[in-house]
Design a protein around this ligand. Sequence first.
Ligand code: NAP
Length: 213
Amino acid sequence: MRIGILGSGLMGGKLGTLFARAGHEVVFSYARSEQKLKRLARAAGAKARAGTPRAAAKHADAVLLAVHWLRFDEVLEKAGELSGKVVITCSLPMNKANTELVVAHTSSGAEELAKKIPTARVVAAFGTVPSEVFFDVYETRRRSRPPSLVYYGDDRRAKRVAAQLITDLGFEPVDAGPLRIARYAEPFTLLIAQLAYETKGGPELAYRFERYR
Ligand SMILES: NC(=O)c1ccc[n+]([C@@H]2O[C@H](COP(=O)([O-])OP(=O)(O)OC[C@H]3O[C@@H](n4cnc5c(N)ncnc54)[C@H](OP(=O)(O)O)[C@@H]3O)[C@@H](O)[C@H]2O)c1
C-alpha cells in the first residue's frame, strides 16, 4: 500500500516507520524541518521517502493524519484534494496545553474531521494507545494473544484498510462500529494516557479485550 503521513512527529514518525518495515511505501510529510523528514525516511528504509503534504497525499492509498487538533485546517489545506481517499486519523481534539478534549459528548474529533473533508473516507485508528508502545508490539507480533486496537468509521473500504494496517503492526483489530463511537473512544484514550504517563510502569502500554463467551 502507498501511505502518506501527514504529521511526522511521535505518532506519524513511528507509525510511518513501521508501515515501511511492514512493506508499505511511505511518504513522511509535515514537520517543521525538512531534515527531520529526510532523517526519518532514511531510517525507515528503502520503502520510505520525505515529501510535501501534497506529495504524500497525491498517490496514496491511505493517508495518516497525525497532527495536533489545532493544525488540522493547515495540514488539510496543504494536502490538497482528498476526495475518495482513505484518511486514517489517530488525532485527538485536545486543547493547546494537551490537558482537555475540546470536543466531546455530542461530537468527536474524528466526526469533526469528517465534516471538514466530507468526500474523503475517514476512519479512526491507532490513536488509543501511546506512541511509545508501537515498536514493542511490532517486535513481538505474531504472538498468540496480541493486544487489541479499536478502529471505527462509516466507510467500509477505509475500515478494511485500517484493519489491515493494524494487523500489520501486530495488534488484533477490533471493529468498534461507526465513526460516532469516537465520542467514547477519544475520552477512553485519556484513561490510557493517564495509565501510561501518570502511573508506574512506563508508557509502553497497550490493552486487550477478552470475550468469555
Ligand atoms: N503521542 C501519542 O502518544 C499520541 C497518542 C494518541 C493520540 N495522539 C494524537 O496524535 C496526534 C499527533 O500527536 P503526536 O504526539 O505525534 O504529535 P507531535 O509529536 O507533536 O507531531 C505532530 C507533527 O506535526 C508537525 N507540526 C506541528 N506544527 C507544525 C507546523 N507549524 N508546520 C509543520 N509541521 C508542524 C510536527 O513537527 P515537528 O516534527 O517538527 O515537531 C510533528 O511532525 C495528536 O492529535 C495527538 O493528540 C498522540
